[in-house]
Design a protein. Structure first.
Length: 245
């Protein structure tokens, strides 16, 4: 079974579409863990309106952020496989099926897919991010295109200790780097199976904040020197710009 972990905080505007994109998956052996991080809008009511037994509401006792919500979901997960999905993103109907088959074919423990940027209404912009067939730690430092909502992990090959996310900004990228640093290889399925909704208020839309986050990852997670961090930063920035053209 695949356990799908979704951190939810004031996502009432988008969460219904996100849930529907999961329930319409052609691969049906999953549980959907929606971890509510003390939302103040109608997110909880929308989630409770679904009677499908695969949909599970998990409530955080206090607001701690996406990293803690994902970790709570991991603790609650019953499946061997873990998939992550952000509360405003959308999956194509064959996402899980194709990705799971790809994981079995490659005998992989960590896989991800291509994706398309979407506007706040969930409409694809035509800007599609392609991914390499394999990605190791060295190359991941220059390329952050392992997007959270595309990831699938086999817990029997990648332990929960590595999947658990740290309390740091860009905790998802930090987690992928730690998994790769441990000697694992990420396998990329180069198909556009996810729509990455970019609302105007999202962290990823704040370029200065993005620069600060990637620099901190280089220094604190990858433990790179200032000089090495600068070299990788230039490569990362170039790739980030080209990805959006």
């Amino acid at each position: 079974m695949i356990s799908i972990i979704v951190p939810v905080y004031n996502a009432g505007k988008y969460i219904k579409e996100t849930i529907e994109s999961v329930l319409s998956q052609s691969y049906a052996d999953f549980e959907l863990l929606l971890v509510d991080d003390c939302s103040k809008d109608d997110s909880e009511e929308i989630i409770k309106s679904y009677k499908d037994e695969r949909v599970r509401l998990v409530k955080q006792p206090e607001n701690k952020g996406a990293w803690a919500a994902r970790n709570r979901g991991l603790e609650e997960a019953k499946g061997r496989y873990i998939a992550f999905l952000d509360a405003d993103d959308l999956w194509e109907k064959d996402k899980l099926k194709k990705e799971f088959e790809f994981m079995q074919k490659e005998d992989a423990g960590f896989v991800f897919t291509g994706y398309e940027f979407a506007d706040e209404f969930g409409n694809g912009t035509g800007a599609i991010v392609k991914v390499p067939h394999t990605l190791d730690f060295k190359h991941a430092l220059n390329n952050t295109n392992i997007f959270t909502s595309t990831v699938l992990i086999d817990r029997e090959k990648i332990g929960d200790d590595l999947i658990k996310m740290p309390h740091i900004k860009s905790e998802d990228t930090a987690t992928w780097w730690r998994i790769l640093m441990a000697g694992n290889l990420a396998y990329g399925l180069n198909e556009n199976l996810v729509k990455y909704r970019r609302s105007s208020g999202s962290l990823s839309s704040n370029k200065i904040e993005a620069v600060r986050r990637i620099w901190r990852l280089y220094r604190e997670i990858a433990n790179l020197s200032v000089f090495s961090s600068c070299l990788h930063f230039v490569s990362w920035a170039t790739t980030a710009v080209l990805r959006r053209i």
